[in-house]
Design a protein around this ligand. Structure first.
Ligand SMILES: Cc1cc2nc3c(=O)[nH]c(=O)nc-3n(C[C@H](O)[C@H](O)[C@H](O)COP(=O)(O)OP(=O)(O)OC[C@H]3O[C@@H](n4cnc5c(N)ncnc54)[C@H](O)[C@@H]3O)c2cc1C
Length: 233
C-alpha cells in the first residue's frame, strides 16, 4: 500500500552541521507499513518549484520493521530541498509524506552479506541491520561505511555496539577527508582485503560511489546478480 499522508516532525537530532536525523509521526493512519530498504518522499506546501508545485525528494527509511512508533530518516544538507529542511523546518511542522516505494530489499541469501554505504546511504543499511539483529540472524555480515568526516558518521555508536556484541558482524567505518583512529580513504582502496569470494552485496550512496564500487566488484569477480544497489540521483 502507498500512503499519501501528512507527517509531523516529532524530533530533529543534529549529528553534525551537515547531518540530521528527523523523526516523524504520521497522521490519519494507525501504522506505516513498509519493507526494510524502502524509501518515502517528502515535500512541503511551503517549498514550491517554479510551477508552484511542492518540491519532492526521496529519503530512505532508517527504521527496522519492528519500530512502529516513528518514521526515522537521516538527511544530509545539500543545496535545495534538503537546505530548506535544515533551515526552515522545525519540530511540530507538518510535511507531506508519500510511500513506501522501492525494490532495494533484502534477498534470501547465503552465509555472507556485505553492506556498503556512503554518507547518508547508511539509512537503508540501518533498517536492514536492525531488522536482521531483531530476527537473530546468524549470518556473517560486513558493513563498510564511508563518511567525509568522523563527526558526520550517524549511527556509529549503535553500529559499534552491534559489532561488540556479535562477532559475526564486522563494522568497517572509513573517513575520506580526515585522519582519525579508524580506516582512512575510499572503500574501493581496501575492499579487496575483505571480499575474496562471491557474496550478496548491498550498496547505497551517491552515484559516483555506486559506480566506483561496482567497477571494483567487477574487478574482484563478483557476479552482477549478487549486487543490489540503491543509487541516489
Ligand atoms: C531512492 C532515494 C533515496 C534517498 N535517500 C536519501 C537519504 O536517506 N538521505 C539523504 O540525505 N538523501 C537521500 N536521497 C537524496 C535526496 O533525495 C536528495 O537528492 C537530497 O536531499 C538533495 O536534495 P536537494 O534538493 O537539497 O539537492 P539536489 O536534489 O541535489 O538539488 C539539486 C537540484 O535541485 C534543483 N535546484 C537547485 N537549486 C535550485 C533553485 N534555486 N531553484 C530551482 N531548482 C533548484 C536543480 O534541479 C538541481 O539539479 C535519496 C535519493 C533517492 C533517489
Amino acid at each position: 500500500m502507498i500512503y499519501k499522508i501528512k507527517a509531523t516532525v516529532a524530533k530533529i537530532t543534529e549529528v553534525s552541521e551537515r547531518i540530521r536525523i528527523f523523526k516523524f509521526k504520521w497522521e490519519g493512519i494507525e501504522n506505516f507499513e513498509f519493507k526494510a530498504g524502502q524509501f518515502v518522499t517528502l515535500s512541503s506546501d511551503k517549498f514550491l518549484d517554479n510551477e508552484g508545485k511542492p518540491v519532492r525528494r526521496a529519503y530512505s527509511i532508517v527504521n527496522a520493521l519492528y519500530e512502529k512508533e516513528y518514521l526515522e530518516l537521516v538527511i544530509s544538507k545539500q543545496i535545495y530541498f534538503s537546505k530548506f529542511l535544515f533551515e526552515k523546518v522545525k519540530e511540530g511542522d507538518v510535511l507531506n509524506l508519500d510511500g513506501p516505494y522501492g525494490l532495494f530489499l533484502l534477498k534470501e541469501c547465503a552465509e555472507n552479506i556485505t553492506f556498503i554505504a556512503g554518507g547518508t546511504g547508511i539509512a537503508p543499511m540501518i533498517s536492514f541491520i536492525r531488522t536482521l539483529r531483531e530476527q537473530k540472524c546468524d549470518k556473517n555480515m560486513w558493513l563498510f561505511y564511508s563518511s567525509r568526516y568522523a563527526s558526520d558518521m550517524a549511527y556509529k555508536e549503535e553500529l559499534e555496539k552491534y559489532a561488540a556484541e556479535n562477532p559475526k558482524f564486522h563494522f568497517i567505518p572509513t573517513c575520506t577527508r580526515e585522519t582519525w583512529q579508524g580506516r582512512k580513504g575510499r572503500i574501493t582502496e581496501f575492499l579487496h582485503e575483505y571480499i575474496t569470494s562471491n557474496r550478496d552485496i548491498y550498496i547505497c550512496g551517491p552515484p559516483a560511489m555506486d559506480k566506483a564500487i561496482k567497477e571494483k566488484l567487477a574487478e574482484l569477480g563478483i557476479d552482477k546478480k549478487n549486487i543490489h544497489a540503491e543509487k541516489w540521483g
